[in-house]
Design a protein around this ligand. Structure first.
Ligand SMILES: Cc1cc2nc3c(=O)[nH]c(=O)nc-3n(C[C@H](O)[C@H](O)[C@H](O)COP(=O)(O)O)c2cc1C
Length: 338
């Protein structure tokens, strides 16, 4: 079904792309580039939006593209189209990672409906969570939605949790010593006023924090205060490690889809989450996490119940669709007439 000849398809594709802008990305870099062709979309990593000193192996950018792809998928599905996704198996991270076609669908899958409704509400929350733990039945649901994209969710508890937490603490120190890391952090946390990317003042915490035993990535100079009530020691976050089923580009992009599905499922249950990749960006600490979680870990997720009455954290900005989309969808005769 070509978008140049079918206005309904065009409208659905553009609306789904708008929804995909809300996908999470490391430092809110939004490293995706879409090309609309008459009968399909192509998704590529934007090489100018990678984080070479933070995300040396380029996995964070692939995960973000996977999250955008998952957001697009559900945007198409709720508008009555089945997405036809083909992932590129290998290749340098700055090239195309996926191709998406579409065909009319008879039904809308339940997960797509629930996840689409969560897109606008989802946000990364770095504040203290409440004292009540997450219901194990919900953790099972998170694992189920990840499995649909070949992602494995491993809940780390007891000794395994201690290993991951220690690795997170070490990674926070080791990464800070790495040349270029601090400058990159500064660059993406101090954008021009009114900028449409990076981490604005209002989503970065105002004070360094240690939740029970947990050290998260520190973003300097923020203005977000902790919710009233409770103490950092009451934070009952659950730690999950999400692993990809392989090491190739397609496996990591697919794990990005799984990450997106888990984060939207978290939102659908009125829970909160912080994705953390710092511990996986330092070789030595990543190995320690692999030993306890198995497979190819791509992101650690801190999941919890928001403190009751705490307002949601502010929304991070996004670039507009025109900044990330190249439209080559005009039919050849229309193109010739231009
Ligand atoms: C691959 C990846 C890695 C991330 N790593 C971290 C992290 O280490 N610490 C953190 O606080 N947030 C992390 N985030 C969250 C991003 O900063 C967040 O998605 C982005 O700023 C957009 O904000 P939003 O999620 O509220 O829409 C990560 C997100 C992704 C997709």
């Amino acid at each position: 079904m070509t978008v140049s000849r079918d206005p309904a398809a065009r409208e659905a594709v553009l609306a789904a792309l708008e929804g995909a802008l809300r996908a999470p990305s490391e430092h809110n870099t939004q490293p995706w580039r879409w090309t609309l062709l008459p009968d399909r979309l192509e998704l590529a990593v934007d090489p100018h939006r990678r984080l070479p000193f933070t995300d040396e192996r380029g996995e964070g950018a692939l995960l973000a593209c996977g999250a955008a792809l998952h957001h697009l998928r559900i945007g198409l599905a709720v508008r009555g189209w089945t997405p036809l996704v083909r992932l590129d198996r290998e290749g340098p991270p700055q090239r195309r990672v996926a191709e998406v076609g579409w065909e009319p669908a008879d039904t809308v899958p339940d997960d797509a409906r629930r996840h689409a409704a969560a897109i606008e509400r989802r946000r990364t929350d770095r504040r203290r969570f409440g004292a009540d733990p997450v219901d194990p039945a919900v953790l099972d649901e998170l694992a189920r939605v990840a499995r649909a994209f070949d992602g494995a969710v491993h809940v780390v508890a007891g000794r395994a949790r201690r290993t991951v937490v220690e690795a997170m603490r070490d990674a926070a120190l080791l990464q800070l010593e790495r040349p270029g890391y601090a400058a990159e952090l500064q660059r993406w946390t101090h954008r021009y006023v009114g900028g449409a990317d990076g981490l604005p003042h209002g989503v970065r915490l105002s004070e360094p924090h240690l939740y029970d035993d947990l050290v998260l990535r520190w973003f300097p100079g923020g203005g977000l205060d902790q919710p009233h009530g409770g103490s950092d020691h009451e934070d009952a976050s659950t730690l999950l490690v999400l692993s990809a089923h392989g090491h190739d580009t397609a496996s990591v992009v697919r794990a990005g889809e799984a990450m997106s599905a888990v984060l939207l499922e978290v939102t659908a249950h009125d829970l909160a989450a912080t994705p953390v990749t710092q511990v996986l960006e330092v070789d030595e600490t990543r190995e320690r996490v692999s030993e306890v979680a198995g497979g190819h870990p791509v992101v650690v997720l801190r999941v919890g119940r928001p403190v009751p009455e705490a307002p949601p954290p502010p929304r991070t900005p996004r670039r507009d669709l025109a900044s990330v989309l190249i439209d080559r969808s005009a039919a050849p005769d229309e193109q010739a007439a231009r």
